[in-house]
Ligand binder design. Structure first.
Ligand code: T3D
Length: 269
């Protein structure tokens, strides 16, 4: 598939998705979401991709839903969006496959947040496994600024990452959170000078892509399960997935390399 609203490039085992509507601060259209879904599916089935980076072209990461595509009909008590009967249907049909696709992709996903991440753009960053922010990045739960509520997973990810108090303050006020404040809250893993963002992110992605990526993927699945379950189920899931990890060539290689006092050569299987 050819991409227009995003770019999708693969090099050195790293897939890089770049939201590519810089003049509109990478605001999200249906085409963006269709292409994102396609790229995620492609990354999932491509053994050559062992880590994924999500970033934005130009000065913004993503300004959320393109507000030009929303058609409000307040008198009818409803709103619609291009190609969908309702906002609810739109979220199910376009946004949810992307958010679920990021979470279920058993490969690490790093958001390289190069500028403002607002509304569903903030949700996209939150759905990634790791976030590296440029020092000029910011995070805005912009939804309530325009009379909407957080969606695309923000109500799920935000309290889990930064706790209730910070989450509700962000959601109720819609205030911008700076990269430094985001770091203190635990919203991002690291803040780097803007000019170094992609290089630092690529170095981390490369390290992960050269790691035991099958085990990393299974660990992501185990954590996804553990987030929503009791201890017994989490323990059972760990045990079952540990058996899978232990059966990989990478586990044999990792243990052999330790015993032979050499660096392991992982292949992701
Ligand atoms: O089913 C559903 O779809 C519902 C789902 C909703 C999910 C959501 O994401 S709702 C929230 C939508 N997003 C927003 O409300 C954020 C709107 N944007 C802003 O508040 C500001 O643009 C920013 C705070 C992100 C950045 O401000 P600033 O001053 O740095 O930039 P700017 O001048 O406002 O924006 C730059 C350009 O991007 C500008 O284009 P122009 O006028 O120069 O041609 C602006 O119109 C455009 N842009 C920014 N955000 C959006 C957008 N165009 C369309 N939709 C946007 N969301």
């Amino acid at each position: 598939m050819s991409y227009e609203a995003i770019r999708y490039e693969i090099a050195d085992g790293i897939g890089t998705i770049t939201l590519n509507r810089p003049q509109k601060f990478n605001a999200i259209t249906n085409q963006v979401l269709r292409e994102l879904r396609q790229a995620l599916e492609s990354a999932g089935s491509d053994e050559g991709v062992r880590c994924l980076i999500l970033t934005g072209a130009g000065s913004a990461f993503c300004a959320g839903q393109d507000l030009n595509e929303i058609q409000l009909q307040p008198s009818a008590g409803a709103s619609t969006i291009q190609d969908s009967a309702s906002i609810e249907e739109h979220l199910h049909k376009y946004y949810h496959p992307v958010i679920l696709g990021m979470r279920s992709l058993e490969k690490p996903v790093i958001a390289a947040v190069n500028g403002v991440a607002a509304g569903a753009g903030c949700s996209l960053a939150l759905a990634a496994d790791l976030r590296i922010a440029a020092d000029n990045a910011s995070f805005i739960q912009a939804f309530t600024r325009i009379g909407l509520i957080p969606d695309s997973g923000s109500t799920y990810f935000l309290p889990r990452l930064i706790g209730l108090a910070h989450s509700l303050a962000m959601i109720f006020t819609g205030d911008a959170i700076s990269a430094q404040d985001a770091l203190q809250m635990g919203l991002v893993n690291r803040v780097v000078p803007s000019g170094e963002l992609m290089e630092v992110t690529r170095q981390l992605a490369l390290r992960l892509a050269q790691g035991p990526t099958r085990a990393i993927g299974l660990a992501k699945r185990a954590v996804n399960v553990a987030l929503n379950t009791d201890l017994q189920t989490a323990l059972n899931t760990e045990a079952r997935l540990q058996a899978e990890a232990a059966a990989t060539r990478d586990a044999a290689e990792g243990i052999a390399a330790f015993l032979e006092k050499r660096k392991a050569r992982f292949q992701g299987r």
